[in-house]
Design a protein around this ligand. Structure first.
Ligand code: HEM
Length: 259
């Protein structure tokens, strides 16, 4: 077996792959949270729909999206291999005295990851799949007077079944016709059980990242007397608190506020 293959088949190699793919997924989450903040705008979905349209029609982003899907599969696959290997080599559980949230997270990464995987399957099935591969998502037409900023919104029924989007300007009126993912998201977030699934999944995300973000840095050997506390601070406050709260706030907000 080549040295390269041996490294990536060893436990350390598998952990390195977990760390690298995990950090890539963390980067995706930052961008995803930032983009989805458009949902809080009171503009009948204009900013969110234009953003979703941009994501699916800008080729460099489409390439990164495919890299993201591969990363999710690789991260899951290596997590499974490591969990099975650890179970086999340690059949008797360690007695534990440390009850901190971080150590609870570290011992349950497999369970937390499985909850997240289930969430991602439900989530992508409902939004991403329906948006890209079905005609269950309709279209909206936004007409904005560029001089007064006044906007009117209508449902739009394209004549051409292959129609995807259009951006035109006629007599100082900007006309944007795009798929209406906003209405789909809004309808999903009006169902109480949907909101509960999201809130539970964001709890799992919090504990998963509380351990995972800092652990990735340790696995990569990126530890430093001065910078490790900064990584721990970011891992705890940004990834385990602000980010899950930000994501969970979206379904909760739509459930209680009529948009
Ligand atoms: C609760 C707040 C969230 C909202 C409102 C939301 C919304 C969306 C929407 C609308 C899409 C489809 C976008 C498109 O294809 O253009 C999407 C895709 C996706 N979401 Fe989320 N999301 C949320 C949280 C999450 C979380 C926490 C994760 C991961 C743990 C996640 C993972 C994904 C993935 C992997 C995709 C497919 C990526 C792509 O192809 O663009 N989402 N999300």
């Amino acid at each position: 077996m080549s040295e390269f293959k041996q490294t990536f088949n060893s436990s350390l190699g598998k952990k390195l792959i977990m760390a690298l793919t995990g950090l890539f997924l963390c980067t995706f989450l930052i961008v995803h949270l930032g983009g989805n903040l458009q949902l809080f705008q009171n503009d009948e979905g204009y900013a969110f729909n234009v953003y979703a349209n941009f994501l699916t029609h800008f080729p460099p982003i489409e390439i990164v999206a495919y890299l993201l899907y591969v990363t999710i599969v690789v991260h899951t696959f290596y997590a499974l291999m490591l969990t099975v290997k650890n179970r086999k080599s340690r059949p008797v559980k360690y007695a534990s005295v440390n009850k901190s949230p971080a150590s609870w997270g570290s011992k349950n990464m497999g369970l937390l990851g499985s909850v997240l995987l289930l969430f991602i399957v439900i989530h992508m099935g409902d939004f991403w799949y329906k948006y890209k591969f079905t005609d269950s998502v309709g279209f909206k037409e936004y007409k904005t007077n560029v001089l007064t900023n006044k906007r009117t919104v209508n449902d739009f029924k394209p004549q051409d079944p292959a129609f995807e989007h259009s951006f035109t300007t006629e007599n100082d009126v900007e006309i944007v016709r795009v798929k209406d993912l906003h209405t789909k998201v809004s309808k999903s977030f009006k169902q109480w059980w949907y909101v509960i699934i999201y809130v539970i999944a964001m709890g799992a995300l919090s504990f998963h990242l509380l351990h995972g973000f800092q652990s990735a840095f340790r696995t990569m050997g990126w530890t430093h007397r001065k910078y490790t506390p900064v990584v721990e601070f970011i891992g705890t406050w940004f990834f385990a608190v602000i980010m899950p709260l930000g994501f969970a706030a979206m379904p909760v907000f739509y459930f209680f506020i009529n948009r």
